[in-house]
Design a binder for this molecule. Structure first.
Ligand code: ISE
Length: 343
């Protein structure tokens, strides 16, 4: 079978990582084209993989007959535009989260995809492919532990981007909490319907930015009334720490933590912990992009998140942002899932 020829739009961190995993690790695809604002931003990949062609205009890359599928890993404001163009060209497209900067952009992609009658859009919620989350989903699906009642989650980032970017609570929701919004709904097989925010003392770094609060607690509820308590902590400093405990009627399940070698010396024992999301979920990213490639090769649903998943995540991020602003219980107004996206 011929390899799927992929064009990459945006060769920053994640675009580079995905290109390298496709070119050196994954099966069934190759990167034939890339584009970024300046050619120099792609040069590291063009030097490493001389068969990749540079396209100045993403639109030309998408339309090119040397590209079968498109990977959108550029800055967020252009995600929806390039995804829409790929759909208009009838080409499969994988877009890193978020699919759009608002629900309207994502709804327009949904309408276009439904009108075309073919599932072309995949979205980068990679935690669905993490071994720990998949084990937890199987345990819940077995029913052995009874109904899930409350989940306690924490999403803690080192916060090393402070100084480069001005933090905001909206960005903390759309860029960080969005992962739990997708993966917990997937894990519980139960969509979210509302959010509340609990805001207490902020860390000293957060206090330097007027209006910015960190950490915050989001209490999100699903359609069947399971509560998901999520600590969003974007300046945790000590490490990149993702926790998930789910209390069920008959027991509790805890997502396994990554393990590393222990070292004993000088009267102390230590083990390194993750400091980067790229390493913490490296295998999940590998599995996710392989699943996307296989979904194209075999024309089969490989459980990669789709446009509807991105749409309902955007409704919930809006609700979380509003709940943080008002302190009020906020409903996300989740509509019925269109038949086109029902599984
Ligand atoms: C980053 O973009 C990610 O997607 C990571 O998974 C998340 O933990 C981090 O907060 C985001 O900035």
């Amino acid at each position: 079978m011929e390899k799927i020829r992929i064009g990459v739009i945006g060769t920053g961190h994640i675009g580079t990582e995905h290109t390298e995993r496709i070119m050196t690790l994954l099966q069934g695809a190759t990167v034939t084209a890339c584009s970024d604002i300046k050619k120099e931003y792609c040069q590291h990949l063009l030097d490493k993989f001389p068969t990749i062609a540079f396209f100045e205009l993403p639109e030309e890359l998408i339309a090119s007959d040397t590209v079968d599928a498109v990977l959108v890993t550029c800055s967020n404001p252009k995600h929806a535009e390039y995804t829409m163009r790929a759909v208009e060209c009838g080409k499969p497209v994988f877009c890193e989260k978020p699919l759009g900067v608002n629900r309207e952009e994502i709804s327009a992609i949904m309408d276009k995809e439904i009108a075309g009658g073919k599932h072309l859009v995949s979205v980068g919620f990679m935690r669905r492919f993490d071994k720990g989350y998949r084990e937890m989903k199987q345990l819940l699906k077995s029913g052995d532990l009874g109904e899930p009642l409350i989940a306690y989650c924490a999403h803690r980032n080192v916060g090393d981007w402070i100084g480069r970017l001005t933090p905001s609570n909206a960005q903390g929701v759309v860029g960080t909490a969005i992962h739990e919004i997708d993966v917990m709904s997937w894990l519980l097989d139960d969509p979210f319907v509302s959010a509340q925010a609990l805001i207490g003392k902020s860390n000293a770094t957060a206090q330097q930015f007027p209006g910015f609060r960190d950490p915050v607690i989001l209490n999100m509820r699903t359609k069947s009334d399971t509560m998901v308590m999520l600590e969003v902590n974007v300046i945790a400093k000590y490490g990149y720490d993702i926790n998930c405990d789910i209390v069920c009627e008959e027991g509790k399940i805890r997502m396994p933590e990554p393990t590393h070698t222990m070292v004993w010396r000088d009267g102390a024992a230590s083990t390194p912990i993750e400091v980067s999301w790229k390493n913490r979920f490296r295998e999940a990213f590998d599995a996710e992009i392989q699943a996307w490639i296989d979904s194209i090769r075999y024309d089969k649903d490989m459980d990669v998140a789709n446009t509807w998943d991105a749409y309902r995540a955007s409704l919930m991020t809006d609700a979380c942002i509003e709940a943080e602003k008002t302190g009020e219980l906020t409903y996300c107004g989740l509509p019925e899932c269109p038949d086109f996206y029902k599984k």
